[in-house]
Design a protein around this ligand. Structure first.
Ligand code: NAD
Length: 325
């Protein structure tokens, strides 16, 4: 039987949407959610779960990051094992393979609460996903991969896309929690398939950001106004997320990190890591990725020039300055 919701008093669209959100969060029920890794992405994701009515148990090596979440009502832990034992779900949002593996080892060294579902939303190697899944499963609990796309703005607005790898049953258990942080929760297949999708997306993102930067720079160097050209691309065939939602030239997309000296956002270190992971799975599957490999080398060069902690759209500055030398 389907349930119809009829509002009998006039409500604005925004008010109606928040009522529906509040009702769906009641349907999920308030859960104890552990969150490890409260950086550019994780900080917003954990805050959104608090807003949806969940009890947050958080950990990060950064005291400042923990303080921010504590001020919003989260409980801060000094040991991940204690955090996990108090959580129905544990979500990890960490920088790389080594840190994710180390975190799962430490967190579960003395056993697990078998009712806990562990969800990794970091971008890591699909092979490591399968290794952690076997490891957690041998301890009696469940583990799935659910990497995300949508950037820091998507994390802040709870509009992320989640790519889930696991069994369909596990996907259905995790979905209501993930819906508190994202709007598209897609089942991709077995363990590691979320990461398989994520790595291909990010390889394309890196290529398109370099392409957007090259085209913007060439247009400006010919004397075109940056804003005029960006408007042309965004209503033409060159349009993509990197030109429209995250244009690398300051002054075009107001909320893009380039307007803040390329700080915050998605770091060059992280996209370089993702391109390395894509190269690994391409080698393993004997798949040619000529542009992905070139993008990897370009981002490695940016890192070597000390731009690792800048947002990955800094490739525009790199191309621009290089040509001026
Ligand atoms: P970030 O560097 O801003 O945040 C990482 C957080 O992890 C930091 O707060 C750091 O202090 C913490 N941390 C590091 N080591 C830790 C440890 N051992 N234990 C606990 N906390 C630790 O990174 P981010 O941009 O939030 O990205 C996190 C993950 O999400 C990465 O795997 C990245 O590839 C992926 N991702 C990022 C974006 C983006 O736009 N930034 C988008 C999608 C996916």
């Amino acid at each position: 039987m389907s349930l119809r919701i009829v509002f009998t008093m006039p409500v604005s669209k925004a008010m109606g949407q928040s009522l529906v959100r509040a009702m769906s969060s009641q349907a999920v029920g308030s859960k104890n959610v552990g969150f490890i890794g409260l950086g550019n992405m994780g900080g917003h994701m954990a805050s959104n779960l608090i807003q949806k009515g969940h009890k947050l148990h958080v950990y990060d090596i950064s005291k400042d990051a923990c303080k921010t979440l504590k001020a919003k009502g989260a409980t801060v832990y000094t040991k991940t094992a204690d955090l996990a034992k108090n959580s129905d779900f544990v979500i990890t949002m960490l920088p790389n393979n080594d840190i994710v593996w180390e975190t799962y080892n430490q967190m579960t060294a003395d056993g697990v609460n078998k009712q806990t579902m562990f969800i990794d939303s970091s971008t890591i190697d699909p092979n490591l996903v399968r290794q952690i899944q076997k490891f957690i499963s041998s301890k009696g609990a469940r583990f799935i991969d659910a990497p995300v796309s949508g950037g820091v703005n998507g994390a802040a607005a709870a509009t992320l896309t989640f790519m889930v790898g696991g069994t369909e049953e596990e996907y259905n258990i995790a979905k209501p929690i993930l819906e508190g942080m994202g709007k598209q929760i897609t089942y991709c297949g077995s363990y590691g398939m979320g990461q398989a999708a994520k790595l291909c997306n990010n390889m394309m993102l890196a290529i398109s950001m370099i392409g957007a930067s090259e085209a913007m720079n060439l247009a400006i160097r010919q004397g075109l106004d940056a804003k005029v050209f960006a408007d042309i691309i965004n209503s033409s065939t060159g349009r993509c997320w990197s030109t429209e939602a995250y244009n690398p030239v300051p002054g075009i997309t107001p909320i893009a990190p380039c307007n803040n000296n390329y700080s915050g956002g998605f770091s060059t270190d992280l996209i370089t890591k993702d391109l390395g992971l894509a190269a690994g799975v391409a080698t393993a599957t004997n798949t040619p990725i000529p542009l992905g490999a070139l993008a990897h080398q370009i981002y490695r060069t940016l890192k070597a020039r000390g731009l690792g902690d800048k947002d990955f759209s800094v490739v525009y500055e790199f191309l621009k300055n290089d040509e001026n030398k």
